[in-house]
Design a protein around this ligand. Structure first.
Ligand SMILES: [Zn+2]
Length: 246
């Protein structure tokens, strides 16, 4: 499932993986990369029933340049409030900094997010990212990784040096180009849906990318056959009969 929510829309989306599109807007003058990214992600996730991805797009269709960037302007407050709230609530902030822009608000946000606590640490996530050769993945010691933000910064961005420095210092993943940025997003979505479960039948700890209660189809079949005999969960776990008698 895929859904794009644009400022100032408010919507409850449940347990979806939420992505906030931060980065260059320049009052609407910059290339609309947010739209392109939304189309790409929509192509990937629209037909996936086992993945639910929501994109928060701060770029308004109808932003009136006469609205002052001042706290006394209700439209301004609405916009920055929407952005702050969704940046806090989302699972991943994707920051794309384009050449020819100063993107000063993005610099402010990068500073905030660089200092934010890392997501729940998953060792194999780091190893996977290092193996893929993603910039700054190998610098991370584990407890400070992964950060909630990933960055793509154009070589033409005026302050690229500062961005590179902050990303390196705070172990923030940096994409080489848009294709790699999409790869990074997909990897984060997969991690979000990657769960460790205890097989209801044999008790083995296992990973299942699609949720569920069993390590294998065989275990599922055994367990269901057992339940069909009218026995409850406790009786099932108390006996080895479940392994052979089905
Ligand atoms: Zn099992």
């Amino acid at each position: 499932m895929y859904k794009e929510i644009k400022s100032p829309e408010i919507e409850q989306v449940g347990d979806s993986f939420g992505i906030f599109l931060a980065g260059t807007i320049d009052g609407g003058k910059a290339v609309d990369w947010q739209r392109e990214m939304s189309v790409t992600l929509s192509t990937i996730y629209s037909n996936r029933k086992d993945r639910s991805v929501v994109v928060y797009n701060p770029r308004r269709d109808a932003w009136d340049p006469s609205w002052a960037a001042d706290m006394s302007e209700p439209k301004f407050r609405e916009q920055v409030g929407w952005e702050a709230e969704h940046m806090d609530d989302c699972d991943l902030v994707v920051m794309n900094l384009l050449g020819g822009s100063d993107s000063i608000i993005s610099m402010l946000e990068l500073g905030l997010l660089a200092k934010e606590e890392p997501m729940v640490y998953v060792p194999r996530m780091r190893d996977d990212f290092v193996e893929r050769g993603w910039k700054n993945a190998a610098r991370c010691t584990g407890s400070d990784f992964p950060k909630k933000i990933i960055v793509l910064c154009s070589d033409e961005f005026r302050r690229k040096g500062n961005v590179d420095f902050i990303c390196e210092r705070h172990s923030i993943l940096q994409a080489r180009d848009e294709a790699q940025l999409i790869e990074m997003i997909e990897a984060h979505v997969e991690e979000f849906y990657y769960k460790e479960i205890k097989c209801k039948e044999c008790g083995t700890m296992t990973h299942t990318p699609f949720g569920g209660d069993y390590c294998s189809e065989v275990c599922e079949k055994k367990y269901l056959a057992y339940l069909n005999k009218g026995l409850n969960d406790d009786e099932h776990l108390d006996t080895s009969a479940s392994i052979t008698d089905w």
